[in-house]
Structures are given as structure tokens and as C-alpha cells.
Design a protein around this ligand. Structure first.
Ligand code: BTN
Length: 260
């Protein structure tokens, strides 16, 4: 069954995630909903970071969905959402997934979509279950760069990737991309209700940009582990091969980077 999303569009919002989170906290979410903003003034990223984007330079939206499962049974969901973003990009650009991979599109554990060496998109999942009788409302926020922007690159001190680098069209239709991704996210969320991350593990590992490379796991900017990245297990835990054996890393306040 296809999810019927309530679609909302605003010119400006502090953060589409916060908009939907505050409705959840106030008990005002009833149906699956998707909210897009042309501009965010206080976009948030993982680990308390900010997500900076300019008006129409990025596609910034959030969806809220009520899961029947408790949050403990949704492990790996954010990874599967990354696959939905790739599938949506493929649909909206008309490029096959093989062509996109050829161009350098890939996933970086846990929640990033990369194009070559630069980040194209990020995902932030918030929410939870108020009590056992209530659904688990998750707010899934996605920011995708449509165009590169020198000011942003200067602000964050590194290059960013954008959709304009993978399509021949001078201007991608952001609505087409938004609707394609929402549709794919809907399919992933429904599959997750029935199955678990196991159904996505193999596909995720195919897109993993750091697989078999020496990587570091950091927590609050301190390196806590170094080893060879071996993809994810069937719950979405990252596997790092260290001299002490394979370690399973849970996606919390940790970040992954390639060892230099
Ligand atoms: C990250 O890479 O750290 C996650 C970035 C998530 C950004 C999106 S933009 C739409 C939604 N609203 C927010 O405030 N954040 C997410």
C-alpha cells in the first residue's frame, strides 16, 4: 500500500524537523506528513550541529510517520532511508543506480550521502514513543544540496557536493525530487514495519563508500577506535576490524572518517 502523505510547503521555517517535533510533543500529529521549506533559518544536523543552507540552494524537508513497532525494533532505519534517497535521486534524474554509482554517489555510515569526496545530503532522525499504547512517531529530516554555494563552503570549511553535479539539466525541479524521495521513503518505512534492516543490509553494503578502508571512529572529537571498515551487520551496526577482532559500532554520537 502506498502511504498518503499530507504535503505541506512553507517559504521559511527555523527547522522542518523542529516544526514536526513540536507538533509531536503537543500530540498534534495524526497522519503521515511531509513538510518542505524553501529556506531554514536554524536547520539542525546530527550531534547538535547546524545544517546551513540558503534559499532554494538545498531541498530541506522532514517527514513524520507513526510506526507500530517500538523504537528498539527500528534499528538501521536511518541507513535504509539513505537507500530511499538514492532511489529517489535515480527516479528524479532518470539516471540508473549503476550510472549514479559510476558518478561517485555513495553512502557513508550512518546517515550521509556522498558524491565523490564531498557530502551531498544528510539525514536526521528524531522522535520516539510516549508510551507503549502510542505509535512510535519518527521525524526524518533530509537536507540535499541542489547547488553548490561558495559561501556555505567557506562557512563550513570544506567542499559540498550538489545534485547539479549529477544532472545535465541546468536546474533540477526540486518538487520532482522531493516527491520521488517521499515515495521511496514511504516504501522503505512500510517495508520496515513488516521486516527489519536485514532486508536492506546487502544493498546498503554495496553503496558503502569506506568499505575495506582503514577508518577511525570518533566520539566528541576523540578517536575511540581505528580499524578496517567491513560494512554493516543485519541491524545496521558498523563493523570495524581491529587487532582485537570485529567491533560493532552503534550509531549514536559517533562519527566515522577515513584514516589519513
Ligand atoms: C546531518 O547531516 O547532520 C543531518 C542534516 C539534516 C538536515 C535536515 S534539513 C531538513 C531537516 N530540518 C532540519 O533542521 N534538519 C533536517
Amino acid at each position: 500500500m502506498t502511504i498518503n502523505w499530507i504535503l505541506e510547503r512553507v517559504e521559511e521555517s527555523p527547522s522542518t524537523n523542529e516544526d514536526l517535533m513540536s507538533r509531536w510533543r503537543d500530540g498534534e500529529l495524526w497522519e503521515p506528513i511531509a513538510r518542505v521549506a524553501a529556506k531554514q533559518s536554524a536547520g539542525r544536523g546530527r550531534m547538535g550541529r547546524t545544517w546551513v543552507s540558503h534559499s532554494d540552494q538545498a531541498l530541506t524537508f522532514s517527514i513524520a510517520y507513526p510506526f507500530k513497532k517500538p523504537i528498539a525494533k527500528l534499528s538501521g532505519l536511518s541507513l535504509a532511508c539513505g537507500l530511499a534517497v538514492i532511489q529517489g535521486i535515480s527516479q528524479a534524474t532518470g539516471l540508473s543506480k549503476d550510472a549514479l554509482k559510476e558518478l561517485g554517489l555513495g553512502l557513508k555510515w550512518p546517515n550521509d550521502i556522498f558524491l565523490g569526496d564531498a557530502k551531498l545530503a544528510g539525514l536526521l532522525i528524531e522522535g520516539g514513543q510516549v508510551n507503549a499504547t502510542q505509535p512510535t512517531w519518527l521525524v526524518i529530516g533530509i537536507g540535499i544540496n541542489l547547488r553548490t554555494d561558495l559561501t556555505i563552503e567557506q562557512n563550513i570549511g570544506r567542499s559540498i557536493a550538489s545534485i547539479s553535479q549529477i544532472t545535465n539539466e541546468p536546474k533540477i525541479d526540486a518538487d520532482v525530487l522531493w516527491l520521488a524521495i517521499i515515495k521511496e521513503l514511504g516504501d522503505v518505512l512500510e517495508a520496515f514495519e513488516k521486516n527489519s534492516f536485514k532486508a536492506f543490509q546487502q544493498e546498503w553494503n554495496k553503496w558503502d563508500i569506506y568499505q575495506n578502508q582503514t577508518c577511525q571512529i570518533s566520539q566528541i572529537d576523540k578517536i575511540s577506535m581505528e580499524g578496517i571498515e567491513r560494512g554493516v551487520d543485519d541491524e545496521g551496526y558498523l563493523l570495524i576490524e581491529t587487532p582485537n577482532g570485529i567491533q560493532r559500532v552503534i550509531s549514536g554520537d559517533v562519527s566515522l572518517r577515513k584514516a589519513s
